[in-house]
Design a protein around this ligand. Structure first.
Ligand code: GDP
Ligand code: MG
Length: 598
């Protein structure tokens, strides 16, 4: 195909505004996917994604389209993930395109996530085509939402496309506008090869499959390639296009989108954002914008059964082949035994990894509460990064502790402004700005410690706004604060896995709330179990769990055996997610208690 007939585009949309439905509809209308093959939401093919209705990993699809002008075009759709944790991947997939469809639910309006991605698209100089989706809904307000897009995004919406991805309305118009509005790629086929990796995954048989967009030059099966950031060289075994199934081809040229395999052993060697060039004829400079996604949130993962430690290591090893952003290293906890300290891009990423470990690798895990990276300067000037609260040096050795801050932008109907401001204040937020976003909605900007957001901030935002508020954040740097380590003692023993770092002014409140919560969550034992919170040697809160009444089983004596059996079975089930700490059985929930304090 000549470059002039290629169009590379992506779809920007807030979750649930209809991105996947529209993508499916386009695959159908261009007969890329045969009718009978058409599964619901072809592009989101991970089970987890489907269940949660989110797009995590990028995929691509190549469609052949005959336009009304009689010419045949190749339309490459590059799907983008829809969650703040993965914004770096979004930015790389946008960089692989010349245009973006901005899909907005016409019964809702522009959301924080949409806006953040529009800014990324503008930074990448993409042509943006706005689309009002779901016009079939009775609550659809195309005029209001169109003027909202004009107002907040600054796009001309006088000829905005009104569509229903579900009912198939306006989809032809969308395909035509891609052909006519999205510019073709530049024709730089004569230059040395540069291809941008926008996604990759690990295949146990072929090694890493790399998805790329060729920016300059040509690539052929058998070529020896060099990955400019990792410095690794490989020979291409297989080259192809995604339609959306993989179809092999011999060569691809500037402007095209494809995949390759080259016996690459781990995605770390072919990271998203890296530039592929030829080993023999190297490009002078890599493509701009490469950064290594850095874990921001950490937690401990421990097998409930210590026999599963090696299995856990193996499982993490395998997940890591497919997830360059995941980090892990062995951790030994006096309370929990052997496990791993793992790093994630954010909370969603953490949840996904945990769920996969449990479902796909059949592991029973205890997860400790999420933590961020603290920067500690000791009195002798040494700077340490601490991702595990139990490792914080004592106060007499520290000069200062700094913690990461983020700027959060929330967009909410006006009614919830009060409650969201309250939420931010209670999380040590610093108010920055409040703007009327549209007539009915407000943008609230706060600076917040990341540690206060990685707990349950997002859930709180959603429940306080009945699901109507959305948020977006970015890291803005480190700030020093008077932080202290709060230790939790169960039955007189400090439990390192429960230790946390809190602001001095909140320590008493958190200590009290946590001990109360643990009292609720830890089951009764044959003996009385004291629960205490302490800063250094000073106990600041204490509770106790009364001893179990001796007659639980006694009641069954002399009679009904099956009832007794049932009772024992019930106890065994309850035990499944317990970790024995000393002589006390502590359930999984207790380690997450800090997320449930309000
Ligand atoms: P995504 O999160 O942006 O990928 O959104 P989906 O494509 O998964 O759509 C979210 C929900 O909206 C699904 O239940 C779709 O069936 C529904 N939906 C998508 N497009 C339309 C539309 O045009 N009209 C109506 N009524 N529902 C739609
Ligand atoms: Mg989707």
């Amino acid at each position: 195909v000549p470059v002039s007939r290629i169009r590379n585009f992506c779809i920007i949309a807030h979750i649930d505004h209809g991105k996947s439905t529209l993508a499916d509809r386009m695959l159908q209308m261009t007969e890329t996917v045969a009718q009978r093959q058409m599964k619901e939401q072809f592009l989101d093919n991970m089970d987890l994604e489907r269940e949660r209705g989110i797009t995590i990993k990028l995929q691509a699809a190549r469609m052949n389209y005959r336009s009304k002008d009689g010419e045949d075009y190749v339309l490459n759709l590059i799907d983008t993930p829809g969650h703040v944790d993965f914004s770096y991947e979004v930015s790389r997939s946008l960089a692989a395109c010349e245009g973006a469809l901005l899909v907005v639910d016409s019964s809702q309006g522009v959301e924080a996530q949409t806006l953040a991605n529009v800014y990324l698209a503008l930074e990448n100089n993409l042509e943006i085509i706005p689309i009002l989706n779901k016009i079939d809904l009775p609550g659809s307000e195309p005029e209001r939402v169109a003027s909202e897009i004009e107002e907040v995004v600054g796009l001309d919406c006088s000829d905005i496309i009104k569509a229903s991805a579900k009912a198939g309305i306006g989809v032809n118009e969308i395909l035509e506008s891609i052909v006519h509005l999205v510019p073709p790629p530049e024709d730089t086929v004569e230059q040395p090869l540069r291809a941008l990796i926008f996604d990759s995954y690990y295949d146990p048989y072929r090694g890493v499959i790399v998805y790329f967009r060729i920016m300059d030059g040509t690539i052929n099966t058998g070529d020896r390639i060099r990955l400019m950031a990792s410095g690794k060289e490989y020979e291409i075994d297989e080259l192809g296009v995604l339609s959306p199934d993989q179809i092999q081809v011999d060569s691809l040229h500037a402007g095209e989108v494809g995949y390759l395999s080259a016996a690459i052993k781990t995605v770390e060697n072919a990271r998203v954002g890296d530039t592929i060039t030829l080993a023999e004829e190297q490009a002078k400079e890599p493509l701009p914008g490469y950064t290594e996604a850095k874990p921001m949130v950490f937690c401990g993962l421990f097998p409930t059964d210590s026999d599963q430690y090696e299995d856990l290591r193996e499982a993490l090893n395998r997940l890591k082949l497919n997830d360059a952003a995941l980090s892990y290293e062995p951790e030994t906890s006096s309370a929990m035994g052997f496990g791993f300290r793992c790093g994630f891009l954010g909370l969603l990423h953490m949840e996904i990894v945990q769920e996969r470990l449990e479902r796909e690798y059949d592991l029973d895990l205890i997860t400790t509460a999420p933590s961020v990276i603290y920067r500690v300067t000791n009195l002798d000037g040494e700077v340490m990064e601490i991702d595990n609260p139990s490792l914080l040096p004592p106060p007499q050795e520290r000069e200062k502790i700094e913690e990461p801050y983020i700027e959060v932008e929330m967009i909410t109907p006006e009614t919830y402004v009060g409650t969201l401001m309250e939420l931010c204040q209670s999380r040590r937020g610093v108010f920055k700005d409040m703007r009327y976003f549209t007539l009915s909605r407000t943008a609230l900007i706060y600076e917040l410690p990341l540690a206060e957001v990685v707990t349950d901030f997002f859930d709180q935002l959603k429940s306080r706004s009945r699901g109507y508020a959305s948020m977006e954040y970015q890291l803005i740097g480190y700030r020093a604060n008077p932080l202290v380590k709060l230790d939790l003692l169960v039955n007189g023993d400090g439990v390192d896995a429960l230790a946390m770092i809190v602001h001095r002014d909140k320590a008493y409140y958190v200590g009290r709330a946590l001990t109360e919560k643990l009292k609720e969550l830890i089951p009764r034992h044959q003996f009385k179990v004291p629960i205490q919170a302490a800063i250094g040697a000073k106990v600041i809160a204490s509770e106790h769990i009364p001893a179990l009444r001796k007659d639980v089983l006694a009641k069954c004596y002399g009679g009904d055996i099956s009832r007794k059996k049932k009772l024992l079975q019930k106890q065994a089930k309850g035990k499944k997610r317990m970790k024995a700490i000393g002589t006390v059985d502590v359930p999984q929930e207790a380690f997450m208690a800090v997320l449930k304090l309000e």
